[in-house]
Design a binder for this molecule. Structure first.
Ligand code: NAG
Length: 322
């Protein structure tokens, strides 16, 4: 064998070895293991989540140019099939269809957690469901929580372009915002940064919006990382619920932000219409064509859920060819 041929052969073998190492060391999206430091026994409480259904499993796309990559985003719904007023069972399948269509369009995961066997009111089941989703998708970058009584209306809009890429985040986050709603704002001087550096943007772990009453947890985004896992873990602590610190999950979030500036510093606000438009009369919150979604918050007050759900669902179906 001449020298040149040997060198060539060696090079070939070396490149084969490195290419295959690279290939095999990529995690397969369907085989991710839960974060190791979560001790299953410790979280087997009333927070334990049993029925998880993957309604859309994304394709693993390591070469996706977007950041975060499409398969690193999980859309999450946890419900007992009803909305907060006990109605809405008839919309359940339509809600699922709407989200599957959107998730497929953009290659996102769509996960459903059935909370009907959990011994707590569904709004308090959001946080355990988020924790369970973090365990199931430890490689995910973001989880989008969206209530059942909402319809995604703009199929073309990707979450990265709209909100989650660094560029979109920088454009969207509200500066100099009091962490609390207008009534409470005087009690604290905490405000969001007047400018977001790259490091600040990377730190933002919870993106939420406020309606005219304050925080609304119908639509929000949580980054998947150890700090946000701890954040949500604290948020899920049943002691707050049992001792009636807050009446629901969103007012508890307000409480935590008010009393724990360190936690507040991970929260970013965006204009309501970006992630949580309503069927309402005020411009700042009224759904208009092109918005990402419409959320029927409080529609049961005037008993108009069925009518407006039908109206917007039909409009969406027509536009999406569902
Ligand atoms: C949730 O689970 C319960 C029983 O565990 C079942 O009766 C119900 O149909 C499930 N609901 C949905 C929406 O999957």
């Amino acid at each position: 064998m001449n020298h040149r041929f040997k060198t060539l052969l060696l090079l070939l073998i070396a490149s084969f070895v490195s290419v295959s190492f690279f290939y095999w060391s990529y995690p397969s999206w369907s085989n991710l293991v839960p974060i190791p430091f979560v001790n299953g026994d410790l979280i087997q409480s009333e927070n334990a989540v049993s029925g998880m259904t993957t309604f859309n499993a994304p394709k693993y796309r390591p070469l996706d140019y977007a950041t975060p990559k499409s398969h690193e985003i999980v859309i999450l719904l946890a419900s007992d099939g009803h909305t907060s007023n006990g109605n809405g069972a008839s919309f359940f399948q339509e809600c699922i269809d709407n989200r599957i269509a959107y998730a497929k369009e953009h290659n996102y995961a769509f996960e459903f957690v059935n909370v009907s066997s959990m011994p707590i009111p569904p709004v308090w089941a959001k946080m355990p469901a988020i924790l369970a989703t973090m365990d199931k998708y430890p490689q995910a970058k973001w989880i989008w929580w969206l209530d059942q009584d909402a319809i995604i209306m703009n199929k073309k809009l990707s979450l990265q372009d709209h909100l989650l890429s660094k560029k979109a985040l920088r454009r969207s986050l509200l500066r100099n915002q009091h962490y609390l709603n207008n009534q409470d704002a005087t009690e604290t001087h905490l405000v969001t940064p007047s400018e977001y550096s790259d490091a600040d943007l990377d730190k933002v772990g919870l993106i939420i919006s406020r309606d005219l009453n304050g925080l609304n947890a119908g639509s929000f985004f949580v980054r998947v990382n150890p700090i946000m896992r701890m954040f949500v873990d604290v948020w899920s602590d049943k002691a707050y619920r049992e001792n009636k610190v807050s009446e629901n999950e969103q007012s508890l979030l307000g409480y935590l932000m008010k009393n724990h500036p360190e936690m507040a510093s991970y929260v970013g606000f965006v204009p309501q219409k970006m992630i949580n438009s309503y069927d309402a009369s005020e411009d700042v919150q009224r759904y208009t064509q092109g918005d990402l979604l419409i959320h029927f918050a409080g529609c049961w007050v005037e008993n108009r859920c069925e009518r407006i759900w039908r109206q917007y669902y039909d409009e969406m179906k027509l536009n999406w060819n569902l």
